[in-house]
Design a protein around this ligand. Structure first.
Ligand code: 13P
Ligand code: SF4
Length: 303
């Protein structure tokens, strides 16, 4: 079957089953094109919370589908490839977080959504890259524990007077982006604005024009004053940036900035998942109950 046929079958079956297809900005272009909604982690969790659909096909990685399952308990959430994990999420364990809490009593835990449901359940409030500064500011305590992304933590530390205690996790895909990648592209395209994700190394964030979530990049690129962009994040976002901004130029910082897990989701797997309504992402209710509190607290942070 060719790509167009598979895509048409997916759309027809999604309509028949009243399913909603959500896709992250890093998904393959053909997946983004068949989705009902494409967005960043925060936007996708807001969509999952608001959807009335009983069936959500989540084209992203495991922690994202888990978050949807937690906040939309009445929906069956499918992840078309059950092995689509997140290397950063796997860098922290519940036991490790408990040890850190014992060493730093009285500091609330702010947990980046790129984490397992169990780690969220041990945390006070979640955040995404889009709202991390606001979430940390919303906590009344002067010190917080921030897990698992040290680079997002460093970025937040520069925007707040609160003291942040970091967990040493990171995203291997974003860690491959180096200052020289940005500097070389800046030399070739002096008018281009460099936008990078806060999961990048601090020395990369320091030389960027803007540090943004993937959703923030999509909005920033629409600024009519700017026509050329250096893009410091996973390659998948280039598809949407070019599609929504014909005539503007986007230069990916590194062909190495690919998240292998995001690329596990293919059209064929989405179709199979819709047909079989598997693999379902389930979270044990006791864990989900606690994790839901941390996610809901985040969703209540305004702004
Ligand atoms: P966003 O929430 O900015 O889309 O980031 C998600 C992610 O996994 C980045 O690696
Ligand atoms: Fe996880 Fe990095 Fe992939 Fe994002 S890009 S899902 S943080 S491994």
């Amino acid at each position: 079957m060719n790509i167009d046929n598979v895509a048409a079958k997916i759309r027809a079956l999604a309509k028949e089953k009243n399913a909603v297809i959500l896709a992250h900005n890093y998904q393959l272009g053909e997946i983004q094109d068949i989705a009902d909604f494409v967005g960043d982690s925060l936007e996708l969790s807001q969509k999952a919370a608001a959807t009335g659909s009983k069936l959500i096909v989540f084209c992203g990685v495991h922690f994202m589908a888990e978050t949807a399952a937690i906040i939309a308990p009445g929906s069956r959430v499918l992840l078309p490839d059950a092995h689509a994990g997140c290397l950063m999420a796997d860098m922290i364990t519940v036991a490790g977080l408990r040890r850190m809490k014992e060493q730093l009593p009285g500091r609330p835990v702010v947990c980046y959504v790129n984490s397992t449901a169990e780690v969220k359940a041990e945390s006070d409030i979640c955040c995404t890259s889009a709202n991390a500064v606001k979430v940390v500011e919303s906590v009344p305590n002067p010190e917080v524990i921030f897990v698992p992304d040290q680079y997002l933590g460093y970025y937040v530390q520069q925007q707040t007077k609160k003291r942040i205690h970091f967990w040493p996790g990171y995203c291997p895909t974003h860690a491959r982006i180096l200052p020289e990648h940005i500097l070389e592209l800046k030399a070739d395209h002096p008018n281009a604005k460099a936008m990078v994700h806060p999961e990048c190394r601090p020395e990369v964030a320091a030389i960027a024009d803007a540090v943004l979530s993937t959703g923030g990049m999509i909005r920033y690129a629409k600024n009519p004053a700017y026509n050329e962009f250096i893009v410091g994040t996973e390659m998948g976002i280039i598809h949407r940036l070019r599609k929504e901004n014909p005539g503007k130029k986007f230069y990916p910082v590194s062909e190495q900035a690919v998240c292998p897990n995001m690329k596990l989701i293919t059209l064929e797997k989405v179709l199979y998942s819709l047909e079989t309504e598997e693999p379902q992402v389930k979270v044990p209710e006791l864990v989900a109950e606690k994790a839901r509190l941390a996610i809901e607290r985040m969703l209540e942070v305004k702004g």
